[in-house]
Unconditional design. Structure first.
Ligand SMILES: Cc1ncc(COP(=O)(O)O)c(C=O)c1O
Length: 394
């Protein structure tokens, strides 16, 4: 089915060539088949400023009540390229689809790549909200320095996120149903043969609607403390959101899942005595009114949710410590929870360490739930943002 995609704010309409878009989700019975045809779509069509707004374009044809976490491609992706030693200029919105890369692109051969993750929420009044996007921009910039890559400026990064969210507005779930996950990538797209930084970099953002992680009735996390695999080492890249940190955790994660766990909790590789983080989120433990989380000493990712939750918890009167947290402290904790863009603030119901299973308080009246409600409330515009964390973009 050919779909028109015209519900653009005028600043986007003026600057874009907008192609006819075939929605992979217009027919729920053949989603994958439709998607394959769509990926190679390249034709373009200029859309006049006076293009009429059509009511039924307000939302994409999605069953919002049954949204999951899988990739649901949307209409547009943002693309910007720059040569080594140069600065990024203007990017553009292209129809979502496959990208062309040389087989000898640095990202494919040597893993020269970074990714980010953030979400756009739809407020009750229809406005889109971004949560602390400049923090993702800053993290990408410092990661790029470590990985010898060019990076977009903070302004370019935030503007690109805004454009991507607005261009895909009809894919942003209705209030309360989830969010539009935005995935910025920075990759060494230029060709190299010997090990060296790429001669060209591509900054790209794509999007996918996702449900809120924590749904009524969803089970708390059940973690496994991993002692045979390390996630990061001292003076390595554990604190960088590089793509090369993620495939190496798959083996431990798959093994844990096969044994009925939700994910893996890593220890520090040097002593195996202290907690680090879960495969893709940070960890907190709570005892009484004291909350502790591993300090950011170079081996864990400094999560934006982590940083926000620390601030919110202090505002709520909790004592928060960023320090080395011994694995033995898991025995004494009342509560354990994880933080991250994907999970928000997620309760941990149980952790297994050296054949001992420890269980924690979850559900109503917990610190985890209090912080989750506050964070999500701010992110969705339900709670007033007194911190300047929210950017309204429509
Ligand atoms: C390894 C790792 N730790 C922690 C996080 C949480 O970071 P944030 O709160 O910025 O999403 C992520 C998120 O992607 C991650 O990949």
């Amino acid at each position: 089915m050919i779909r028109r995609a015209l519900c653009f704010p005028s600043f986007i309409r003026k600057s874009l060539l907008i192609p006819p878009v075939i929605s992979p989700y217009s027919n729920s019975s053949s989603k994958i088949g439709a998607y394959n045809g769509y990926a190679s779509q390249t034709s373009s069509l200029e859309v006049p400023d006076s293009a009429p707004y059509r009511e039924n374009d307000e939302y994409a044809d999605v069953d919002w009540d049954n949204l999951g976490f899988g990739l649901m491609p949307t209409d547009y992706m943002y693309v910007n390229k720059c040569g080594a030693g140069q600065h990024f200029g203007h990017g553009q919105l292209n129809p979502y689809g496959n990208i062309h890369l040389s087989p000898s692109a640095a990202v494919l051969n040597y893993g020269q790549g970074l990714f980010e993750g953030t979400k756009a929420y739809r407020k009750e009044n229809g406005q889109l909200l971004l949560f602390r996007p400049e923090q993702n921009a800053i993290r990408m910039k410092s990661g790029a320095q470590r990985m010898c890559m060019e990076a977009p400026s903070v302004d370019q990064f935030v503007n690109a996120l805004k454009q991507t969210a607005l261009a895909n507005k009809r894919w942003v779930p209705p209030p309360g149903k989830g969010s539009l996950y935005l995935r910025p990538l920075l990759i060494g797209s230029g060709a190299v043969l010997g090990l060296a930084p790429a001669p060209e970099y591509t900054f790209l953002i794509y999007a996918s609607p996702v449900r809120n992680y924590f749904k009524e009735g969803s089970a708390p996390l059940n973690l496994y403390v991993e002692e045979n695999f390390d996630r990061a080492s001292r003076r390595g890249t554990g604190s960088v959101k590089t793509i090369s940190n993620y495939a190496p955790v798959l083996m431990a994660q798959l093994r844990a899942k096969k044994n009925g766990f939700s994910d893996v909790l890593y220890l520090d590789s040097a002593t195996k005595k202290n907690l680090e983080e879960v495969s893709s989120c940070n960890i907190f433990i709570a005892k009484g009114r004291c909350i502790s989380t591993p300090g950011t000493n170079g081996t864990i990712l400094a999560g934006i949710t982590r940083k926000s939750v620390i601030e919110l918890a202090r505002d709520h009167g909790y004592e928060v410590e960023e320090r080395a947290v011994a694995v033995d402290e898991l025995m004494e904790a009342d509560e354990v929870f994880c933080t991250g863009t994907a999970v928000g603030v997620a309760p941990v119901g149980a952790i297994t360490y050296q054949n001992t299973r420890m269980e924690y308080k979850t559900g109503s009246g917990t610190i985890c739930q209090e912080l989750y409600n506050t964070l999500l409330g701010i992110q969705t515009g339900v709670i007033e943002d007194k911190k300047g964390w929210i950017i309204e973009i429509d």
